[in-house]
Design a protein around this ligand. Structure first.
Ligand code: SF4
Ligand code: SF4
Length: 217
């Protein structure tokens, strides 16, 4: 799997969302919490494009502002889809935005904006979160987000996922095995079935075909 396909997936998402009306704009960073999760492929993409000189301050920011309390996922998106198909109870995971800001946020702007993970890109709210008190994401956008996340994980199915503050330092310091053993990172999986409800099947068919094209190119 080559890293450049991640950029194609991000570009496709931007294209799909470009005609819709969102409140998100530069300087609005209520959603930039320490709970952001990404795949290893996305982390490689981010680190590769930063280059060695820019990488150092980014890793330093994480070290200096490491969030002691942060969302540490137990299930990837495809694990979640598999668990839903099995029909058993799914344990709710703790994820609280008040745990803190993302270490990569500076003056309400993302220091890695161009290369930010899909988890950040996909927070597209119809109302300003600070005013509404929550992110107002339409059901169709949620379906699209799940779809893209399932494909991104599928493209990195031999890889890992985790919180940005765990994954970026672990990748840079060759600490993946330790972080996996400690439960701070988890293994990715292929798509067991796409999480698309019946009412969204028609609007997403073309997007699924284009994601397939990127994946198999
Ligand atoms: S998701 Fe909410 S806080 Fe984040 S940029 Fe959009 S409106 Fe602002
Ligand atoms: S990586 Fe950037 S966009 Fe994502 S949460 Fe952190 S500051 Fe916000």
């Amino acid at each position: 799997m080559t890293i450049h396909r991640i950029k194609q997936v991000y570009d496709l998402y931007d294209e799909v969302m470009s005609g819709l009306d969102f409140a998100c704009k530069k300087g609005c960073a209520h959603c930039c919490t320490c709970n952001v999760v990404l795949t290893g492929l996305e982390a490689h993409f981010l680190l590769k494009h930063l280059g060695p000189a820019e990488r150092k301050p980014v890793l330093q920011r994480i070290e200096d502002q490491f969030p002691p309390q942060r969302y540490i996922p137990k299930l990837t998106t495809n694990d979640f889809a598999k668990a839903c198909m099995a029909g058993g109870a799914i344990e709710e995971e703790e994820n609280d935005p008040t745990w803190g800001r993302c270490p990569l946020l500076e003056n309400n702007a993302c220091t890695v904006y161009e290369y930010r993970p899909f988890g950040c890109r996909s927070l597209m709210s119809r109302q300003n979160c600070a005013k509404a008190g929550y992110a107002d994401i339409s059901p169709l956008t949620l379906t699209m987000n799940n779809l893209f996340m399932q494909f991104i994980e599928h493209m990195d199915q031999e890889g890992i996922s985790g919180n940005l503050s765990d994954l970026l330092p672990a990748l840079s310091a060759q600490g993946i095995e330790t972080a996996l053993k400690e439960g701070r990172l988890i293994s990715n999986h292929p798509i067991p079935a796409l999480m698309v409800p019946p009412e969204h099947q028609a609007p997403v068919q073309e997007i699924i075909a284009r994601l397939e094209q990127i994946r198999t190119a």
